[in-house]
Design a protein around this ligand. Structure first.
Ligand SMILES: [Zn+2]
Length: 201
């Protein structure tokens, strides 16, 4: 073993995170170990707080308490929900700084191939929120993939029967692309050009 035991462990743990290769983990850990002591202490503290992070009971975004910062923010429009696949999609939308409503993270998309059914996702809680919390507008912002399309259709079929306006963001985002990979301008346009699908008077 070349590295000290704890470095080895860190590399191993990091490389188990989806999307991080062993090489990338090794590089990151080595870079981290070179930082000054103060910076490393800050990172260690932040990592210690990681164990307190859990999904917001309302929307599913990462939170330190029961509710995430967005759900707790009194300035947000509590009658509008934007439905996304993963927290990082909400973060991409937040970076635009224009959307002022709430979010709902599904935690994935319906995929028969990967054995993901509606019950595996946070779909039931979405309908509960809409019915109980006086939601007037739902914006569907799922990725333009086969599964994303199928999931959007599944949601729209059911939302049409509820008393809400349903929008879908337009797809300047290329088919097969993802929201978190889209550049800011494309995502901004996709959001601005959202289409009313159901519930319009
Ligand atoms: Zn929340």
């Amino acid at each position: 073993m070349i590295y000290p035991d704890n470095l080895e462990l860190l590399i191993q743990f990091l490389s188990e995170v989806p999307g991080i290769s062993e090489r990338a983990a090794e590089r990151a850990v080595l870079q981290l170990s070179k930082l000054d002591e103060e910076k490393r202490r800050m990172i260690t503290n932040a990592l210690r707080e990681l164990e307190r992070i859990r999904p917001c009971v309302e929307c599913g975004l990462p939170a330190e308490e029961d509710f995430c910062a967005i759900c707790r923010d009194p300035e947000r429009d509590r009658t509008t929900i934007c439905v996304v696949e993963q927290p990082r999609d909400a973060i991409s939308i937040e970076k635009l700084g224009e959307y002022k409503g709430l979010y709902h993270v599904l935690g994935g998309v319906i995929s028969p191939l990967e054995d993901v059914s509606p019950e595996d996702l946070r779909i039931g809680s979405l309908f509960d929120r809409i019915q109980k919390n006086g939601i007037k507008t739902v914006i569907i912002a799922l990725n333009p993939t086969v599964e994303g399309e199928a999931t959007s259709k599944f949601l729209i079929d059911r939302l049409e029967k509820m008393e809400v306006e349903v929008y879908r963001i337009s797809y300047g985002i290329p088919y097969g692309g993802t929201i978190d990979m889209a550049d800011e301008l494309t995502l901004k346009r996709a959001f601005e050009d959202k289409k009313l699908i159901a519930g319009g008077k």
